[in-house]
Design a binder for this molecule. Sequence first.
Ligand code: SF4
Length: 339
Amino acid sequence: MDKLLKVNNLNVRFNIFNATVQAVRGVSFELDKGETLAIVGESGSGKSVTSKALMGLIPNPPGEIASGEILFENKDLVKYDEKQLQKIRGKEISMIFQDPMTALNPTMKIGKQIMEGLIKHQNLSKSDAKQRAIELLKLVGIPKPEKRVEEYPHQFSGGMRQRVVIAIALACNPKLLIADEPTTALDVTIQAQILDLMRDLQKKTGTAIILITHDLGVVANLAQRVAVMYGGKIVETGTVDEIFYNAKHPYTWGLLASMPKLHMKADKLTAIPGSPPDLADPPKGCPFAPRCPYAMKVCTDHMPEYAELSGTQKAACWLLDERAPKVAPPVTIGARGEE
Ligand code: SF4
C-alpha cells in the first residue's frame, strides 16, 4: 500500500526557563493511505506533541522540532514555512481536538464555520458551500441539517458539537485526519456513537486517521495499528491484534491491565504505580524502568534497541534480549475488554 506519511526520527523540545524538555525523542512511524493508527500513552508521553508537530502547530518559541523528518506524500513538512503549512492544514491534514467547544467559534453560525474552509480551500461559491455544509451535517448524523446550519454552537449538545467539528474537519476531503482524544470530554454513550461515526466516515471517505488517546479501549474497534508511547518514545508498535493479544512491552501490559473488562468491578482495575519520567532530565536507560516490575540493572544503564517481533510488531525492552530471563505477561491482561 502507498505510504501517506513517514515520520523519521522526530525530536521535539521545549525550552522553558533554564530547562529543555525533550518531549518527543526519536519517534518514527508510517501510515498508509486510508489506514487508522492509534498513538496511545499517558499524559506527558509525547503523543499530543507528536500530533501537533505533524500539523506544524508546535509554538515556537518555546517549542521547536529539533531534528527529524515528517514526510507527507514525500514532502518534508518540517521544512515548510507557516504560509506553506496553512495551505496544508484543513485541506490535506485536518485535526479534531478533545473539547469541541474550543474548536468552534461561539459567535458564528455552524453553517458559516463549515463554509469557511470550503470557500478558502475549494473556491466554492457561498451558495455551493452552504449546500455542501448541509450535506456534511447530514453525513455526520445531524438531523434537520437545513435548519441547524443556521444555529449557533450553544444550541448543540456536546456530542452534536463534536459531530460538527468532525464535519468541519472533513469538509475539504483531507487525506489525513488527526483526532486528539476526540471522545474524552464526552459521556460514555456519546463516546461510542462518535467512534462509530468516525469508523463509518473512514469507510466512506478513505481518509487516513491518527487517533491520539490515553485509552486503549477506544482503540480496539477503530484502529488497524497501534503505537504505544512512553517518555517521549514509541516503546511498542503492532497491529491491533498483536497489541491486544501478544503485547511484549511491560508498559503495554500495564495499559492493558488498566483497561476496564466486561464483568469486572471498578475496584479491580489496576493503575500503573508511579509517574512518567521528567523529560527535562530524561533517563539514559529505559524510561519505564522506575515503574517496571521487571526492571534489571541493564534497563537503567542502557536504552533498549527495538526487537523486530514480526513484520508489523516491534518493541524496545531488554526482556526481549536473548540473554534476559523469560517472563510471561501478567494473567490480569484481557484483550478487547474480555477477561
Ligand atoms: Fe522494564 Fe527493562 Fe523492559 Fe524497560 S527495558 S520495560 S525497565 S524490563
